[in-house]
Design a protein around this ligand. Structure first.
Ligand code: IMP
Length: 422
């Protein structure tokens, strides 16, 4: 049995797309277990760049089976557009994409409510894809699942009930326009017809695969610090992006998962609002953002950048049970003469090694840094760990010692080839 979870150990955008693509070569099934098209997984193959939002990035390996599990929220329009984009590039999903009948469906009112809520001064900085409102309906037990979408009368009944409530909120609380039933019902019936062929009992499919000793990779979206339970709440997404989500979001029990791999960027980024103790000042921010192409793959928003923060990654290692680490984007630090690593926080005169639950406390935490010499050498053409500049090795070794977790793979560029093991 070799079933692994690959997930982000920071605030998302750790470069998981590329890492997942590399590990996909050694697996049979690639499974998304949470989130929706708020994610943006970038994979570069030769001159082609693919950005996948909803379909597991393993789909780029033409012989692999991909699954969208029950824990994912699906915007059918976005899904069909993504299938279309892949087919146009010669990548067929037929017979190898399976969608859970229990996954919840995003409707336009979810997106509108997401947008309206974000007009508030205390916004989260969401992707405005309707993710939070859709998960809210799921938990409130009024959501519409894929299985409901495939049944005309169930869809009619549920959509009517939901529109009654959503239109009242839209018109009375936000003074916005409501949605008419007929066109929406028709539009979604049409989506249902188009996606029906991909829908099945994916928990059964995956457990049968486990029984047949097939290898499964669970592809985490977003990152640990965006997890609704273990992240910087309320500045989080609305799902469990941590390893536990791989079980609840697919119906494959935790005893069937062998390993958890955490993907860590050599520095830190986050998109959206919320505290970020090691955030750079303006000059360094501009320079690293440019070199690291730190702009959201889904929204195009500039990402906030900062020094590597071992406190948040240690928290991620703990709550996910991370066994091994992959470090990405090491090359982005190539030009720096001094590099800082945050080893702990200081708050109200006291030192903290652990990540505080209070957002107020985290906002006031001062990072305590250790400063190392940079390597000021191009690493993008390096093909083995042994050939890395001495100071890059010192930096990685210090990361590994602080995290007490083995670094197994390093990435120094976006291409599949710019990766080597340690
Ligand atoms: P939502 O998931 O659209 O509700 O956004 C909630 C928070 O998660 C915001 O701070 C977003 O910027 C962040 N977020 C959502 N998806 C991603 C992602 O794939 N990468 C990085 N941040 C994300």
């Amino acid at each position: 049995m070799s079933n692994i979870v690959i997930l982000g150990a920071q605030w998302g955008d750790e470069g998981k797309g590329k890492v997942i693509d590399i590990f996909a070569a050694k697996t049979d099934f690639i499974v998304r277990y949470q989130g929706g098209n708020n994610a943006g997984h970038t994979v570069v193959i030769g001159d082609d760049e693919f950005i996948l939002h909803l379909i597991p990035s393993g789909i780029l390996h033409k012989t692999k089976t991909c699954v969208i599990g029950n824990g994912v929220v699906i915007d059918p329009k976005a899904l069909l557009e993504e299938i279309d984009m892949l087919e146009k590039k010669g990548i067929s999903v037929n017979g190898r994409l399976f969608i859970s009948e229990e996954a919840h469906v995003i409707f336009p009112y979810h997106k509108t409510l997401d947008e309206l809520k974000e007009q508030n001064k205390k916004k989260i900085g969401t992707t405005k894809k309707g993710i939070g409102p859709c998960y809210a309906d799921k938990v409130a037990r009024s959501g519409i699942r894929i299985i409901d979408l495939l049944d005309e009368s169930v869809l009619k009944e549920k959509l009517k009930a939901n529109l009654g409530e959503k239109n009242a909120i839209l018109t009375k609380i936000y003074s916005a326009e409501g949605f008419a039933f007929d066109p929406l019902y028709k539009e979604y019936l049409d989506y249902a017809k188009k996606i029906k062929k991909y829908v099945c009992n994916t928990a059964l499919l995956l457990n049968e695969a486990v029984a047949k000793k097939k290898r499964i990779m669970f592809e985490g979206a977003q990152g640990t610090l965006l997890d609704v339970d273990h992240g910087t709440y309320p500045f989080v997404t609305s799902s469990n992006s941590t390893a536990g989500g791989a079980s609840t979001g697919t119906g494959v029990g935790p005893t069937k998962i062998d390993k958890v791999i955490g993907v860590v960027k050599a520095y830190t980024t986050r998109v959206g609002e919320g505290p970020f103790p090691t955030e750079f000042s303006k000059d360094l921010m501009g320079c690293i953002r440019k070199k690291g192409r730190e702009f959201g793959a889904t929204t195009g928003r500039p990402r906030r950048c900062g020094w590597f923060d071992s406190v948040i990654v240690k928290h991620a290692i703990m709550v996910n049970g991370i066994d091994e680490i992959v470090v990405t984007k090491l090359d982005v630090l190539d030009d720096l003469d001094r590099i800082k690593i945050c080893t702990s926080y200081k708050f109200e005169g006291k030192g903290y090694n652990n990540f505080p639950a209070s957002i107020k406390a985290l906002s006031h935490c001062e990072p305590v840094y250790e400063e190392l010499s940079g390597w000021q050498q191009d690493t993008t053409r390096i093909t083995s760990y042994a050939k890395l500049p001495k100071n890059a090795k010192v930096y990685l070794k210090r990361m590994q010692d602080l995290l007490k977790t083995k670094i197994v793979l390093i990435s120094v560029g976006s291409d599949r080839k710019q990766t080597f093991s340690v």
